[in-house]
Ligand binder design. Structure first.
Ligand code: PLP
Length: 420
């Protein structure tokens, strides 16, 4: 079992969290290897023939990337840094798609030299890719990122396929973009792409978006292009709050039959690609944070050593994360507490009004489901070094990122001569 209890203390893959903390201090992110593998295998089972590109931005710890690469996934990257890490982790260039609405010329050059495909967000970018590819003597596989104009029920900040979103080319205009791409040297318009958002729990918006892509694909092929793949992006939601998730099986059951049927209109060899991020890593990881103080004020506040510098999701999206007292896991809930971080802003609240066992200074609090958009969005705000990351597997744990120290806060800062 990925998450269990030993001697009244939370354990992850057979490792007690207090043992980890002794070594790494707090806060610390701990990932369950078995849970990660379970998620990977669930996708492999539900989508055996489809290309699965892991969305690297969700969690790009190199050890995590290595596990996912070894299991045969491709990668969806959003920057030169993510591309570099993905290659280092062992993802094959032909299984990497370079995404993003604002790629610099340097990033495009790096992607072309690495031999990866591109999801193209504008005609400006298309021309840049063609010019750089020409000067490098390479041909680049591209897909256009289509804005399908669908509105999934999710947080507005993570809905990316609305008409008003900054991403993609409006679906009405995209056929013209393919016409232009067809005439340009050194680009091969082989795919069509969309990504409608994140933490989506219903299948309907995905089906709607895919249907939209099919509606324009026939017209695209009339330009002389033969589409090789349709990439419907990522976005399946996970069960943060007990209200259910979109699991890969349900997702596949809704998507694959429609895809099989409609690809007949386009061509039989059209491949379906996916880009899951959150649903691969989200529920694999727990954040362990220590209680510095407990006080009765307007509410019962538990002040812990992780704030939005360590986990920004609650402050940024109002996200709900389950919490427990990891050091008293079997005790009964008695009191209602609000868990507050150490940052000097009132919005620095990790969890509000949770019923928990009696909390005391020194206790460990676990914040669940933080494997996606957790550590990767952390900062050094308030002059706090970033924390460690740990991988637990079979009763052993491995530090997969050392915690930072004050030196890391100082390392790139300079005082100009005249101030001495
Ligand atoms: C963020 C992103 C994903 C992954 O989204 P999840 O909700 O984490 O599955 C996939 N594709 C693109 C283009 C993205 O920007």
């Amino acid at each position: 079992m990925s998450f269990g209890v030993e001697d009244g203390i939370l354990s992850i893959d057979g490792v007690r969290v207090d043992e980890v903390v002794e070594k790494t201090g707090t806060p610390v992110y701990i990932t369950s290897y078995s849970k990660l593998l379970e998620n990977i295998n669930a996708y492999r089972k539900a989508f055996p023939e489809q290309k699965k590109l892991y969305a690297v931005k969700a969690n790009y710890n190199l050890a995590i990337l290595r596990i996912i690469a070894k299991e045969g996934f491709g990668a969806d990257v959003f920057s030169h840094g993510e591309l570099y890490l993905a290659l280092l982790a062992g993802f094959k260039p032909e299984d990497i798609l370079f995404n993003g609405n604002s790629k610099s010329d340097e990033e495009i050059l790096a992607g072309i030299r690495a031999g990866v495909g591109f999801s193209v967000d504008s005609l400006d970018e298309l021309h840049t890719i063609s010019e750089i590819a020409l000067s490098e003597g390479r041909t680049v596989k591209i897909a256009f990122r289509v804005n399908p104009d669908v509105s999934p029920e999710t947080h507005p900040k993570i809905a990316t396929g609305l008409r008003t979103s900054k991403f993609g080319i409006p679906w009405e205009d995209v056929v013209d973009a393919y016409r232009i791409a067809y005439e340009l040297p050194n680009v091969d318009p082989a795919g069509i792409h969309c990504h409608i958002g994140s933490q989506i729990r219903e299948v309907e918006p995905f089906v709607e978006a895919m249907n939209r892509l099919f509606d324009i694909s026939a017209e695209i092929q009339e330009t002389g292009i033969k589409l090789e793949f349709m990439d419907i992006g990522g976005g399946p939601g996970i069960d943060y709050d007990g209200k259910g998730a979109l699991n890969p099986d349900n997702f596949a059951e809704a998507i694959i039959p429609v895809f099989r049927e409609r690809k007949k209109e386009i061509n039989e060899s059209l491949e379906l690609w996916l880009e899951p991020g959150r649903s691969i890593v989200g529920n694999t990881t727990v954040l362990i944070t220590r209680v510095n103080s407990v006080k009765k004020a307007y509410k019962n506040f538990v002040a812990v050593d992780a704030g939005f510098n360590t986990l920004i999701r609650p402050a940024m999206y109002g996200s709900f994360h389950r919490v427990s007292v990891a050091s008293k896991i079997d005790r009964e809930a008695e009191e209602t507490y609000t868990i507050a971080g150490p940052i000097c802003e009132s919005g620095d609240i990790l969890a509000e009004d949770r019923k928990l066992p009696r909390v005391e200074k020194g206790d460990l609090i676990a914040v669940y489901d933080v494997g996606a958009y957790g550590f990767v969005m952390s900062s050094q705000y308030n002059g706090r070094p970033r924390c460690a990351e740990v991988l637990a597997k079979n009763g052993e744990f491995h530090i997969i990122r050392e915690k930072e120290d004050i030196g890391d806060i100082l390392s790139k800062q300079r005082i100009p001569e005249f101030l001495f």
